[in-house]
Design a protein around this ligand. Sequence first.
Ligand SMILES: [Zn+2]
Length: 110
Amino acid sequence: MGAYNILKINAKCENCNVLFIDNIQFKFGDTWQNEYLIGEKIKWGRADIGVPGLNKVKVYGVSESDRCPVCRYLIAREYDIIIEKDIIEYITPLTNLEDYNFDEGNYSLL
Ligand SMILES: [Zn+2]
């Protein structure tokens, strides 16, 4: 496991309804522990993975934890991060792991 970036999302536990910040690791853009929020623009320039300015891609993301920090209920671990023209638009629970070719980066054109 090399370097990665982090997307900070507002998550809500389905069991106890607590709100918490979840860190989603992903590899796209300049991959160097950069931190992002949804709506922000991907940076490029050093340890790049992927191609800048793509129309629409989904990027594989994995949460740093798999349990609610309060009640320890299991939460979604894997996500699709939707990025349009380098803007992080939204995330959804992982739809199909086979869409990703991990030899060529962790993203897939849409
Ligand atoms: Zn909980």
